[in-house]
Ligand binder design. Sequence first.
Ligand SMILES: [Zn+2]
Length: 424
Amino acid sequence: MKTLLYVLWFTMVYTSAYGSSFDRFFSDGTLRIDYFYAGNSAKTEIFFDELIKEPYWGGPERLPENKDDMGNIRYNLYDKESGILLYSKGISTLFQEWQTTAEAKTIARTMSGTATTPFPVAKVIFEIEERNTKTGLFSKIFSLEIDPADYFIRPELRTPCEWKKLTDNGDHANHVDIAFIAEGYAKDEMPKFHSDVSAISGYILSQSPFNEYKDRFNIYAVSSVSEESGTDIPGARIYRNTILNSSFYSFDIDRYLTTSDNKQIHNLAANVPYDFIFILVNSDKYGGGGFYNWYAMATSGNSVANMVAIHEFGHNFAGLADEYYTSEVAYSDFYSFDVEPWEPNITTLIDFDSKWEDMTNKDIPVPTPRESKYKDALGVFEGGGYVAKGIYSPKQNCRMNSINAEFCPVCSRAIVKKIMYYSQ
Ligand SMILES: [Zn+2]
């Protein structure tokens, strides 16, 4: 009897924690926690900014079984009373990249950050963890108790604007919802924005492995209007007044296109139910940028815009690392050779078992020589993550290495895993 009661009790607790209890802990909408990262190459501090209630939650509508194990930063939400983990998400932003630059050794600076979770019904504990790049382990750097009844949680839509659901495959709760945001499109350029979004999103969903799951995606076009057309190109002394203040020459790399205007990004995305943010920039210059679970950014107007866009979306959607190993990227010690990087498509061989060892043929030499004999082989090729030595990639060619290739099987598997997470 005791055993039976225990089984019954366990089933009830398990079901309540991981099953249909999403509605018990959450109501409609998103809780947005805005804060600032501050620090330098050696230290990160978090300073609280404000709480906002956004109208939609893009999904999924279930509790996590574990914390997200990806990203350089991770935030978690716990029910205060029971301690149950209600939500967990890993992210990476421009601030963590900046911390690996030479400038971060000489000055401290700050950048805006945002965490979004489903809107809770009872008091919660919100925490931010930072991954130690030398050990690979997360440790807590910020904690805040939040009462959802707090009247300082601002519910107004900050930057309302027109939007269109360009691809509608169903309920946002169990579909991957991508919000494309217009950047550098003037008022009379919205028809161009809509056709650019159709072209870029159509290309992404026509490519493997997305094409096999394209009915699991919804595409939104958020028609945010900029005063001027284009984007900043500081190296050419071109400056444009645009809604997201995007700019080429991030970290003084001419093709690295980003924005740190984090609050406005989220103000605009909040117009629609979204899981992912893609900022489409009205420029014909080659370039882009992408950050795991933060945003992807690319230009719409050159001959390889589609291919740049899907590469940047690979960073944003599945946390894929760059597999190229000769570059002008200005990072130092971006990856430690002493730990396994968290990105699914590169390895230091410290814990290869956790990566794609299960997908490789036993006869493939490790490391695999970069020779024509292994042109199409899945192996362990030295070079990746911006360095030629000590970091290994799965294939000699992949979209995360050169933009005109297809995703390698390892990147594809990581993408499919994310599609399943957001569309079940
Ligand atoms: Zn790959």
